[in-house]
Design a protein around this ligand. Structure first.
Ligand code: SDX
Length: 414
Protein backbone atom coordinates (compact mmCIF):
# COMPACT_ATOMS: atom_id res chain seq x y z
CA UNK A 1 0.00 0.00 0.00
CA UNK A 2 1.64 3.24 -1.00
CA UNK A 3 1.23 6.08 1.44
CA UNK A 4 1.50 9.58 0.08
CA UNK A 5 2.35 12.03 2.78
CA UNK A 6 2.66 15.77 2.44
CA UNK A 7 6.27 16.24 3.48
CA UNK A 8 7.03 19.04 5.93
CA UNK A 9 8.37 22.08 4.04
CA UNK A 10 12.00 21.11 3.67
CA UNK A 11 14.17 23.77 5.35
CA UNK A 12 16.26 25.79 2.94
CA UNK A 13 20.03 25.09 3.34
CA UNK A 14 20.52 28.22 5.41
CA UNK A 15 17.59 27.93 7.82
CA UNK A 16 16.79 25.46 10.61
CA UNK A 17 13.76 23.13 10.21
CA UNK A 18 11.69 25.58 12.21
CA UNK A 19 12.32 27.99 9.36
CA UNK A 20 14.09 30.46 11.68
CA UNK A 21 17.63 31.39 10.67
CA UNK A 22 20.13 30.68 13.48
CA UNK A 23 21.03 33.94 15.21
CA UNK A 24 24.33 35.29 13.77
CA UNK A 25 26.12 31.97 13.03
CA UNK A 26 29.87 32.66 12.50
CA UNK A 27 30.86 32.72 8.82
CA UNK A 28 32.02 29.14 8.02
CA UNK A 29 35.81 28.71 7.64
CA UNK A 30 36.99 26.01 5.24
CA UNK A 31 40.32 24.37 6.13
CA UNK A 32 41.02 20.80 4.96
CA UNK A 33 41.85 18.65 7.95
CA UNK A 34 40.87 21.66 10.13
CA UNK A 35 44.47 22.87 9.62
CA UNK A 36 45.02 26.01 11.72
CA UNK A 37 41.47 26.01 13.09
CA UNK A 38 41.08 26.66 16.83
CA UNK A 39 38.48 24.16 18.06
CA UNK A 40 38.98 24.31 21.83
CA UNK A 41 40.65 26.18 24.68
CA UNK A 42 43.11 24.41 26.96
CA UNK A 43 45.31 25.24 29.94
CA UNK A 44 47.48 22.13 29.54
CA UNK A 45 49.85 22.16 26.53
CA UNK A 46 51.20 25.19 24.74
CA UNK A 47 52.88 24.53 21.39
CA UNK A 48 54.76 27.05 19.22
CA UNK A 49 55.32 25.10 16.00
CA UNK A 50 57.57 27.71 14.42
CA UNK A 51 59.93 27.94 17.41
CA UNK A 52 59.66 24.30 18.46
CA UNK A 53 58.31 25.07 21.91
CA UNK A 54 56.19 22.69 24.03
CA UNK A 55 55.13 23.59 27.58
CA UNK A 56 52.85 21.72 29.97
CA UNK A 57 50.99 24.37 32.01
CA UNK A 58 53.76 26.80 31.07
CA UNK A 59 56.69 24.57 32.11
CA UNK A 60 59.09 23.72 29.20
CA UNK A 61 58.94 20.03 28.31
CA UNK A 62 62.72 19.77 28.68
CA UNK A 63 62.57 20.86 32.35
CA UNK A 64 59.82 18.33 33.07
CA UNK A 65 61.67 15.49 31.28
CA UNK A 66 64.82 16.26 33.29
CA UNK A 67 63.24 16.84 36.70
CA UNK A 68 59.71 15.46 36.94
CA UNK A 69 58.02 12.05 37.05
CA UNK A 70 55.01 10.81 35.09
CA UNK A 71 52.89 10.91 38.26
CA UNK A 72 53.86 14.53 38.96
CA UNK A 73 53.25 15.45 35.30
CA UNK A 74 49.74 13.98 35.37
CA UNK A 75 49.00 15.93 38.56
CA UNK A 76 50.27 19.10 36.82
CA UNK A 77 48.10 18.53 33.74
CA UNK A 78 44.96 17.74 35.71
CA UNK A 79 45.34 20.39 38.43
CA UNK A 80 47.06 23.23 36.59
CA UNK A 81 50.04 23.43 39.01
CA UNK A 82 52.84 21.32 40.45
CA UNK A 83 51.86 19.40 43.61
CA UNK A 84 53.29 19.97 47.07
CA UNK A 85 55.06 16.92 48.47
CA UNK A 86 52.06 15.66 50.43
CA UNK A 87 49.75 16.23 47.42
CA UNK A 88 52.04 14.23 45.15
CA UNK A 89 52.24 11.45 47.71
CA UNK A 90 48.45 11.34 48.01
CA UNK A 91 47.95 11.38 44.22
CA UNK A 92 50.56 8.67 43.75
CA UNK A 93 48.82 6.46 46.30
CA UNK A 94 45.45 7.11 44.63
CA UNK A 95 46.88 6.10 41.25
CA UNK A 96 48.50 2.99 42.71
CA UNK A 97 45.17 2.13 44.29
CA UNK A 98 43.93 1.78 40.70
CA UNK A 99 46.63 -0.58 39.41
CA UNK A 100 44.51 -3.68 39.92
CA UNK A 101 42.11 -4.92 37.25
CA UNK A 102 38.48 -5.73 38.13
CA UNK A 103 37.77 -9.30 39.25
CA UNK A 104 37.58 -11.62 36.25
CA UNK A 105 39.17 -9.12 33.86
CA UNK A 106 42.44 -11.04 33.46
CA UNK A 107 40.38 -14.06 32.36
CA UNK A 108 38.74 -11.82 29.76
CA UNK A 109 42.17 -10.72 28.47
CA UNK A 110 43.26 -14.35 28.32
CA UNK A 111 40.38 -15.14 25.94
CA UNK A 112 41.86 -12.71 23.40
CA UNK A 113 43.39 -14.38 20.32
CA UNK A 114 47.16 -14.47 20.91
CA UNK A 115 47.67 -13.15 17.38
CA UNK A 116 45.54 -10.05 18.03
CA UNK A 117 47.31 -6.74 17.38
CA UNK A 118 47.98 -5.05 20.74
CA UNK A 119 46.32 -1.75 19.76
CA UNK A 120 43.14 -3.55 18.66
CA UNK A 121 43.24 -5.51 21.96
CA UNK A 122 43.79 -2.30 23.94
CA UNK A 123 40.91 -0.43 22.27
CA UNK A 124 38.63 -3.41 22.96
CA UNK A 125 39.73 -4.02 26.55
CA UNK A 126 39.60 -0.35 27.63
CA UNK A 127 36.08 -0.24 26.21
CA UNK A 128 35.28 -3.44 28.18
CA UNK A 129 36.31 -1.75 31.46
CA UNK A 130 33.06 0.26 31.24
CA UNK A 131 31.04 -2.94 31.81
CA UNK A 132 32.69 -3.41 35.22
CA UNK A 133 31.72 0.12 36.31
CA UNK A 134 28.38 0.31 38.14
CA UNK A 135 27.91 3.89 36.95
CA UNK A 136 29.79 4.16 33.61
CA UNK A 137 27.91 7.20 32.29
CA UNK A 138 28.44 9.58 35.23
CA UNK A 139 30.03 12.75 33.88
CA UNK A 140 30.24 15.03 36.90
CA UNK A 141 33.85 16.21 37.09
CA UNK A 142 34.85 14.43 40.36
CA UNK A 143 33.39 11.10 39.13
CA UNK A 144 34.81 11.52 35.62
CA UNK A 145 38.21 12.19 37.16
CA UNK A 146 37.94 8.98 39.20
CA UNK A 147 37.16 7.04 36.01
CA UNK A 148 40.13 8.66 34.28
CA UNK A 149 42.42 7.61 37.13
CA UNK A 150 41.07 4.06 37.00
CA UNK A 151 41.65 3.75 33.24
CA UNK A 152 45.12 5.30 33.57
CA UNK A 153 46.02 3.00 36.49
CA UNK A 154 44.68 -0.20 34.92
CA UNK A 155 45.93 0.17 31.35
CA UNK A 156 49.50 -0.97 32.13
CA UNK A 157 48.11 -4.23 33.56
CA UNK A 158 45.93 -4.75 30.47
CA UNK A 159 48.90 -4.38 28.12
CA UNK A 160 51.26 -6.47 30.26
CA UNK A 161 48.65 -9.19 30.83
CA UNK A 162 47.96 -9.50 27.10
CA UNK A 163 51.64 -9.62 26.16
CA UNK A 164 52.34 -12.37 28.72
CA UNK A 165 49.19 -14.23 27.60
CA UNK A 166 50.34 -14.27 23.97
CA UNK A 167 53.79 -15.48 25.11
CA UNK A 168 52.18 -18.30 27.10
CA UNK A 169 53.32 -16.79 30.40
CA UNK A 170 51.24 -16.38 33.56
CA UNK A 171 49.82 -13.00 34.55
CA UNK A 172 52.01 -10.97 36.91
CA UNK A 173 49.93 -8.93 39.36
CA UNK A 174 50.74 -5.23 39.82
CA UNK A 175 52.81 -4.05 42.77
CA UNK A 176 51.63 -0.94 44.60
CA UNK A 177 55.10 -0.31 45.97
CA UNK A 178 56.36 0.46 42.45
CA UNK A 179 56.07 3.64 40.38
CA UNK A 180 53.88 3.74 37.27
CA UNK A 181 56.91 3.12 35.02
CA UNK A 182 58.53 0.43 37.18
CA UNK A 183 55.25 -1.38 37.81
CA UNK A 184 54.49 -1.71 34.09
CA UNK A 185 57.95 -3.09 33.28
CA UNK A 186 57.72 -5.44 36.29
CA UNK A 187 54.33 -6.81 35.15
CA UNK A 188 55.63 -7.17 31.59
CA UNK A 189 58.92 -8.94 32.34
CA UNK A 190 58.23 -10.59 35.70
CA UNK A 191 61.19 -8.84 37.31
CA UNK A 192 61.94 -5.38 38.59
CA UNK A 193 63.56 -3.13 35.95
CA UNK A 194 66.90 -1.38 36.53
CA UNK A 195 66.94 2.25 37.68
CA UNK A 196 68.22 3.37 34.26
CA UNK A 197 65.51 1.54 32.29
CA UNK A 198 62.81 2.75 34.70
CA UNK A 199 64.00 6.33 34.30
CA UNK A 200 64.08 6.05 30.51
CA UNK A 201 60.56 4.70 30.44
CA UNK A 202 59.32 7.34 32.90
CA UNK A 203 60.77 10.09 30.68
CA UNK A 204 59.00 8.60 27.64
CA UNK A 205 55.73 8.68 29.59
CA UNK A 206 56.30 12.36 30.47
CA UNK A 207 57.09 13.29 26.85
CA UNK A 208 53.99 11.58 25.44
CA UNK A 209 51.44 12.76 28.01
CA UNK A 210 49.77 15.66 26.22
CA UNK A 211 50.12 17.63 23.02
CA UNK A 212 47.32 20.09 22.30
CA UNK A 213 44.51 19.19 19.95
CA UNK A 214 46.16 16.32 18.07
CA UNK A 215 43.85 13.97 16.23
CA UNK A 216 43.26 11.49 19.08
CA UNK A 217 42.72 14.24 21.66
CA UNK A 218 40.28 15.97 19.33
CA UNK A 219 38.51 12.60 18.96
CA UNK A 220 38.14 12.31 22.73
CA UNK A 221 36.76 15.85 22.98
CA UNK A 222 34.31 15.30 20.13
CA UNK A 223 32.97 12.14 21.75
CA UNK A 224 32.54 13.57 25.25
CA UNK A 225 30.92 16.71 23.80
CA UNK A 226 27.76 14.61 23.24
CA UNK A 227 27.90 13.87 27.02
CA UNK A 228 28.77 10.27 26.19
CA UNK A 229 31.24 8.86 28.74
CA UNK A 230 34.95 8.71 29.66
CA UNK A 231 35.33 5.10 28.44
CA UNK A 232 33.88 5.90 25.00
CA UNK A 233 36.06 9.01 24.70
CA UNK A 234 39.27 7.15 25.60
CA UNK A 235 38.30 4.18 23.39
CA UNK A 236 37.74 6.48 20.39
CA UNK A 237 41.05 8.19 21.04
CA UNK A 238 42.88 4.84 21.05
CA UNK A 239 41.30 4.08 17.68
CA UNK A 240 42.63 7.37 16.31
CA UNK A 241 46.11 7.02 17.83
CA UNK A 242 46.82 3.69 16.15
CA UNK A 243 46.85 5.31 12.70
CA UNK A 244 50.33 5.39 11.07
CA UNK A 245 50.03 9.14 10.47
CA UNK A 246 49.66 9.60 14.25
CA UNK A 247 50.81 7.41 17.14
CA UNK A 248 51.32 4.37 14.93
CA UNK A 249 54.34 6.11 13.40
CA UNK A 250 56.74 4.92 16.12
CA UNK A 251 56.18 1.31 15.07
CA UNK A 252 56.58 2.30 11.42
CA UNK A 253 59.94 3.95 12.24
CA UNK A 254 61.17 0.66 13.71
CA UNK A 255 59.79 -1.25 10.71
CA UNK A 256 61.74 1.13 8.45
CA UNK A 257 64.99 0.58 10.39
CA UNK A 258 64.44 -3.19 10.23
CA UNK A 259 63.71 -2.97 6.49
CA UNK A 260 66.99 -1.10 5.93
CA UNK A 261 68.88 -3.79 7.89
CA UNK A 262 67.21 -6.63 5.94
CA UNK A 263 67.85 -4.92 2.60
CA UNK A 264 71.50 -4.32 3.49
CA UNK A 265 71.89 -7.98 4.44
CA UNK A 266 70.37 -9.09 1.13
CA UNK A 267 72.87 -6.88 -0.70
CA UNK A 268 75.83 -7.94 1.50
CA UNK A 269 76.29 -4.31 2.48
CA UNK A 270 76.40 -2.44 5.77
CA UNK A 271 73.09 -0.70 6.66
CA UNK A 272 74.83 2.66 6.80
CA UNK A 273 75.86 2.20 3.15
CA UNK A 274 72.32 1.85 1.82
CA UNK A 275 70.51 4.47 3.90
CA UNK A 276 71.05 7.28 1.40
CA UNK A 277 69.52 5.46 -1.61
CA UNK A 278 66.75 4.02 0.59
CA UNK A 279 65.67 7.45 1.86
CA UNK A 280 66.09 9.16 -1.51
CA UNK A 281 63.87 6.50 -3.11
CA UNK A 282 61.15 7.06 -0.49
CA UNK A 283 61.37 10.82 -0.94
CA UNK A 284 61.07 10.39 -4.70
CA UNK A 285 57.75 8.58 -4.11
CA UNK A 286 56.31 11.33 -1.88
CA UNK A 287 53.63 12.19 -4.38
CA UNK A 288 52.46 8.58 -4.28
CA UNK A 289 51.98 9.12 -0.53
CA UNK A 290 55.29 7.56 0.56
CA UNK A 291 56.43 9.07 3.85
CA UNK A 292 59.56 8.81 5.98
CA UNK A 293 57.86 7.87 9.24
CA UNK A 294 58.81 9.85 12.32
CA UNK A 295 59.28 13.03 10.29
CA UNK A 296 57.03 15.98 9.62
CA UNK A 297 54.28 17.44 11.75
CA UNK A 298 51.08 19.39 11.21
CA UNK A 299 52.20 22.01 13.74
CA UNK A 300 56.00 21.82 14.17
CA UNK A 301 57.91 23.29 11.24
CA UNK A 302 61.18 22.86 13.09
CA UNK A 303 62.36 19.94 15.19
CA UNK A 304 59.81 18.68 17.74
CA UNK A 305 61.35 19.53 21.16
CA UNK A 306 60.45 16.04 22.34
CA UNK A 307 62.56 14.60 19.51
CA UNK A 308 65.46 16.81 20.54
CA UNK A 309 65.35 15.42 24.07
CA UNK A 310 64.73 11.84 22.93
CA UNK A 311 67.65 12.01 20.47
CA UNK A 312 70.16 12.60 23.26
CA UNK A 313 68.35 10.20 25.55
CA UNK A 314 68.15 7.40 22.96
CA UNK A 315 71.90 7.70 22.21
CA UNK A 316 72.67 7.05 25.89
CA UNK A 317 70.19 4.17 26.19
CA UNK A 318 71.31 2.66 22.87
CA UNK A 319 74.95 2.87 23.95
CA UNK A 320 74.22 1.25 27.32
CA UNK A 321 72.21 -1.58 25.71
CA UNK A 322 74.36 -2.37 22.66
CA UNK A 323 71.99 -0.75 20.17
CA UNK A 324 74.22 2.13 19.11
CA UNK A 325 73.97 1.00 15.46
CA UNK A 326 70.21 1.79 15.49
CA UNK A 327 70.90 5.24 16.87
CA UNK A 328 73.60 5.88 14.24
CA UNK A 329 71.23 4.78 11.45
CA UNK A 330 68.55 7.13 12.81
CA UNK A 331 70.98 10.02 13.05
CA UNK A 332 72.10 9.40 9.46
CA UNK A 333 68.48 9.45 8.27
CA UNK A 334 67.98 12.72 10.14
CA UNK A 335 71.01 14.28 8.39
CA UNK A 336 69.73 13.26 4.95
CA UNK A 337 66.20 14.51 5.67
CA UNK A 338 67.58 17.83 6.95
CA UNK A 339 69.55 18.27 3.71
CA UNK A 340 66.67 17.22 1.45
CA UNK A 341 63.50 18.60 3.12
CA UNK A 342 64.60 20.61 6.16
CA UNK A 343 63.87 23.79 4.24
CA UNK A 344 60.25 22.58 3.91
CA UNK A 345 59.94 22.35 7.69
CA UNK A 346 60.11 18.56 7.77
CA UNK A 347 62.04 17.49 10.88
CA UNK A 348 61.97 14.56 13.32
CA UNK A 349 58.87 14.33 15.49
CA UNK A 350 58.36 12.57 18.82
CA UNK A 351 58.05 9.17 17.15
CA UNK A 352 61.42 9.12 15.42
CA UNK A 353 63.78 8.62 18.36
CA UNK A 354 61.19 7.04 20.66
CA UNK A 355 61.45 3.98 18.41
CA UNK A 356 65.16 3.49 19.22
CA UNK A 357 64.49 4.23 22.90
CA UNK A 358 61.67 1.68 23.23
CA UNK A 359 63.64 -0.94 21.29
CA UNK A 360 66.72 -0.33 23.48
CA UNK A 361 64.78 -0.87 26.70
CA UNK A 362 63.59 -4.20 25.31
CA UNK A 363 60.00 -3.45 24.26
CA UNK A 364 58.55 -5.41 21.34
CA UNK A 365 57.84 -3.35 18.25
CA UNK A 366 54.06 -3.83 18.35
CA UNK A 367 53.98 -2.51 21.92
CA UNK A 368 55.41 0.89 20.92
CA UNK A 369 52.05 2.50 20.12
CA UNK A 370 50.37 1.00 23.20
CA UNK A 371 53.15 2.76 25.18
CA UNK A 372 52.15 6.02 23.53
CA UNK A 373 48.50 5.33 24.46
CA UNK A 374 49.38 4.38 28.06
CA UNK A 375 50.87 7.83 28.56
CA UNK A 376 48.44 9.83 26.43
CA UNK A 377 45.43 8.56 28.39
CA UNK A 378 46.46 11.25 30.87
CA UNK A 379 46.25 13.98 28.23
CA UNK A 380 43.05 12.64 26.69
CA UNK A 381 41.40 12.48 30.13
CA UNK A 382 42.59 15.99 30.96
CA UNK A 383 40.96 17.28 27.78
CA UNK A 384 37.76 15.34 28.52
CA UNK A 385 37.60 17.04 31.92
CA UNK A 386 38.22 20.44 30.27
CA UNK A 387 35.49 19.72 27.70
CA UNK A 388 33.01 18.75 30.42
CA UNK A 389 33.76 22.01 32.21
CA UNK A 390 31.73 24.32 29.92
CA UNK A 391 30.81 21.83 27.19
CA UNK A 392 29.44 22.73 23.75
CA UNK A 393 28.55 19.96 21.32
CA UNK A 394 31.02 19.73 18.43
CA UNK A 395 29.08 19.97 15.20
CA UNK A 396 31.08 21.53 12.35
CA UNK A 397 29.51 22.00 8.95
CA UNK A 398 30.43 20.89 5.45
CA UNK A 399 31.05 22.63 2.15
CA UNK A 400 28.33 20.96 0.07
CA UNK A 401 29.67 20.24 -3.43
CA UNK A 402 26.92 17.87 -4.60
CA UNK A 403 23.86 18.53 -6.87
CA UNK A 404 20.59 20.32 -6.00
CA UNK A 405 16.98 19.81 -7.20
CA UNK A 406 17.86 16.40 -8.63
CA UNK A 407 14.84 14.36 -9.99
CA UNK A 408 13.86 10.99 -8.51
CA UNK A 409 14.17 8.73 -11.60
CA UNK A 410 11.89 5.68 -11.49
CA UNK A 411 13.78 2.35 -11.65
CA UNK A 412 12.61 1.42 -15.18
CA UNK A 413 13.94 4.74 -16.48
CA UNK A 414 17.47 4.54 -14.97
C1 SDX B 1 52.23 12.43 16.05
O1 SDX B 1 49.36 16.39 16.04
C2 SDX B 1 50.14 16.00 16.97
O2 SDX B 1 50.50 16.72 17.89
C3 SDX B 1 50.59 14.55 16.86
C4 SDX B 1 51.66 14.12 17.84
C5 SDX B 1 51.15 14.07 19.25
O3 SDX B 1 51.97 14.22 20.18
O4 SDX B 1 49.93 13.77 19.43
O5 SDX B 1 52.76 15.02 17.76
C6 SDX B 1 52.16 12.71 17.51
O6 SDX B 1 51.29 11.97 15.47
C7 SDX B 1 53.48 12.83 15.31
C8 SDX B 1 53.38 12.57 13.78
C9 SDX B 1 53.67 11.09 13.52
N1 SDX B 1 53.42 10.77 12.10
C10 SDX B 1 54.44 10.49 11.26
O7 SDX B 1 55.64 10.54 11.56
C11 SDX B 1 53.97 10.06 9.87
C12 SDX B 1 54.83 10.78 8.81
N2 SDX B 1 54.47 12.20 8.82
C13 SDX B 1 53.58 12.68 7.80
O8 SDX B 1 52.58 11.75 7.42
C14 SDX B 1 53.10 14.10 8.05
O9 SDX B 1 54.19 14.86 8.35
C15 SDX B 1 52.01 14.35 9.09
C16 SDX B 1 50.81 13.54 8.84
C17 SDX B 1 52.53 14.10 10.46
C18 SDX B 1 51.63 15.84 8.98
O10 SDX B 1 51.27 16.00 7.71
P1 SDX B 1 50.48 17.26 7.11
O11 SDX B 1 50.53 18.43 8.02
O12 SDX B 1 49.12 16.78 6.69
O13 SDX B 1 51.41 17.55 5.90
P2 SDX B 1 51.30 16.86 4.48
O14 SDX B 1 51.17 15.36 4.59
O15 SDX B 1 50.28 17.58 3.71
O16 SDX B 1 52.77 17.13 3.88
C19 SDX B 1 53.14 18.46 3.50
C20 SDX B 1 54.35 18.28 2.60
C21 SDX B 1 54.10 17.30 1.47
O17 SDX B 1 54.99 17.64 0.43
P3 SDX B 1 54.38 18.38 -0.90
O18 SDX B 1 53.23 17.47 -1.37
O19 SDX B 1 53.88 19.72 -0.39
O20 SDX B 1 55.54 18.43 -1.83
O21 SDX B 1 55.43 17.72 3.36
C22 SDX B 1 55.75 16.42 2.85
C23 SDX B 1 54.57 15.97 2.01
O22 SDX B 1 55.02 15.10 0.98
N3 SDX B 1 55.94 15.54 4.01
C24 SDX B 1 56.73 14.47 4.03
C25 SDX B 1 56.62 13.95 5.32
N4 SDX B 1 55.77 14.68 6.04
C26 SDX B 1 55.34 15.68 5.21
N5 SDX B 1 57.52 13.92 3.08
C27 SDX B 1 58.19 12.80 3.45
N6 SDX B 1 58.13 12.23 4.67
C28 SDX B 1 57.37 12.78 5.62
N7 SDX B 1 57.32 12.22 6.83
Amino acid sequence: MSTTMTPPSSPSPTSSPAGAVAANPPAPTWSKGLEGIIAAETKMSFIDGAKGILEYVGIPIDDLARNSSFEETVYLLWNGRLPKRAELEAFTQELRGNYELPAGFVDRIQTCPKAAAPMHMLRTMVSSLSMYDANPDANDIPTARKKALAILGQTPAIIAAFDRHRRGLPFVAPRKDLSFAANFLYMLNGKEPTEAVTRAFDVCMILHADHGLNNSTFTARVIISTLSDMYSAITGAIGSLRGPLHGGANEEVMEMLNEIEQLAKSQNKAPMDIIEPFIMDRLARRNEGARIMGFGHRVYKTIDPRATFLKTFSKQIATDTGNLKLYEMSSRIEDIMKREVGAKGIYPNVDFYSATTYHSIGLKLDLFTPMFAMSRISGWAGHVLEQLDGNRLFRPTTKYVGPHDAPYVPMDKR
